[in-house]
Design a protein around this ligand. Sequence first.
Ligand SMILES: [Ca+2]
Length: 200
Amino acid sequence: MQINMLNKNSGRIPSRKGPISESGVTILEMVVAMLVLTVGLLGLAASIGYAVNVSNKGRNITNTKLLVVSCLEQIETLRNTQQLTFAQIANVGDPGLATGNFAGFPTGFQPVSINPGPDGIFGTADDLINAGPDNTYGTADDFTDYTWAVAGLQRQIVITSLSTNLKRIEVTVRYPDPDGHLRNLVGVSYLNNDASTNFL
Ligand SMILES: [Ca+2]
């Protein structure tokens, strides 16, 4: 039926003119094509991997920066609220550290805890102390809770007295990058001895 419709003018099937090409794709051509395709796909996979790596690095830096800034702001708040005196804002062993119920910020890198411990201050030696089942600090069931430590992170707080009324606060957070290398992110602020009640 279709043939008749196509050839309604001539009334017969037109004969093909010229040689019929029966050449196809050789195996060699297919191999080359597959090689080209493979190289392209490998390049695409590598670029995706690179993008994911860069994204992870950026996220780590952002999270670490937030940790550094929050620690610096905590120390400023401790001064503003006078929870600590200016003399108490110091490292353990600092000759200027005021004696009292606060032991000072320990030197060296410490675990980063998700809780501040009995003293309510992040970055001190008691950050991993859990109050235990009775939920009260200072009782016999207190224990060191290592699950509170953020995996892979460490923090160092260095407080230097520049003058009677000025201290330099340096917070370093050590974190692993996606390649497994440990990196340091450092934040510095300067704290004056503003004992006025402007902040209250
Ligand atoms: Ca603490």
